[in-house]
Design a protein around this ligand. Structure first.
Ligand code: MN
Length: 297
């Protein structure tokens, strides 16, 4: 399976997995990853595929994760494959946080989710159950849960995004950056219920998550968005260790600098560390690229 070999799953500091499922030395260092999809199809089969689907777009994506300057463990995890990338930020006592985020991205990876809203929603619901199943096995893991945001490329021409929690996806297109996802925390929920932002911010527990993967027994539904795949569009997936340290305009400036995804991801993480590094920081920068043969069509 080419896709499996090319993929990379990071699962926190203590049990990170390499591209072949082997354990890596450390994910404290940034781990740039060149996605081969962009240089891929030269054959008619790759263009047509068995389903007749045309592979017109690829992702050029890189990830960087770092424990930060204050925390002892990296409870973030990420997934990087040809056409599916994700960031998860785990919470929970003991080893719960890093386990929850690792289970969630692992479940998403093995779900074989197609890049359509329904499939991605199902994959998130399955990840929710997978974290709950494991949490039920040990009392000290009972409260573990995780955020997860994901981007799936439908290679014929669309980008599907999904989110649960307060990791974020931004879209940088035509020189403008917009935050696509909506943080699932109580402050936002109170505002949605009609409270003023200032009052919502003062409510007890305003910063805690209102929707997570794992933990709550209710079914977990992801928010989902679909965009046309546009050559040159750049997507950013990030845990709150980035977005709590860097204001949006600073993030946009780094995305706009035109550097390769791995360089941009690394610079974002370095910048978050320079400004405090109060949490684990995980960043994926994913560029949408029209594939070469498309010009001949
Ligand atoms: Mn975090």
């Amino acid at each position: 399976m080419g896709r499996h070999r090319r993929s990379r799953v990071s699962a926190g500091r203590d049990h990170p997995l390499g591209p072949d499922g082997r354990h890596l030395e450390s994910t404290d260092a940034c781990v740039p990853f060149r996605n081969p999809a962009v240089t891929a199809p030269t054959s008619a089969a790759a263009l047509g595929g068995r389903s007749g689907m045309r592979r017109a777009f690829g992702l050029d994506a890189d990830a960087c994760t770092h424990v930060g300057r204050r925390r002892q463990r990296n409870e973030d995890a990420f997934l990087l494959t040809d056409d599916l990338v994700a960031v998860a930020d785990g919470l929970g006592g003991h080893a719960g946080g890093e386990l929850a985020s690792a289970i969630a991205v692992g479940s998403l990876h093995s779900s074989g989710a197609a890049a359509d809203p329904e499939s991605l929603r199902d994959a998130f619901a399955e990840a929710h159950l997978a974290v709950q199943r494991r949490a039920g096995e040990e009392p000290e893991l009972a409260e573990m849960c995780t955020t997860m945001c994901a981007l799936a490329l439908e290679p014929a021409g669309s980008v599907v995004l999904a989110n649960v929690g307060d990791s974020r996806i931004y879209r940088y297109s035509d020189g403008r950056m917009t935050q696509v996802t909506w943080d699932h925390n109580w402050e936002n929920e109170y505002v949605r219920m009609g409270m003023s932002p200032a009052s919502a911010r003062r409510m007890q527990g305003a910063g805690s998550l209102s929707r997570v993967i794992g933990a709550f027994p209710e079914p977990c539904e992801a928010d989902v968005w679909t965009f046309d795949a546009v050559h040159g569009d750049r997507y950013l997936l990030a845990s709150d260790g980035l977005t709590r340290e860097l204001p949006d305009p600073d993030i946009a400036a780094l995305l706009a600098a035109g550097e390769a995804p791995g360089v941009a991801a690394t610079r974002l993480v370095e910048e978050a560390n320079d400004r405090g590094g109060n949490d684990n920081i995980t960043v994926i920068v994913a560029d949408v690229a029209a594939l070469e043969p498309r010009r001949l069509l």
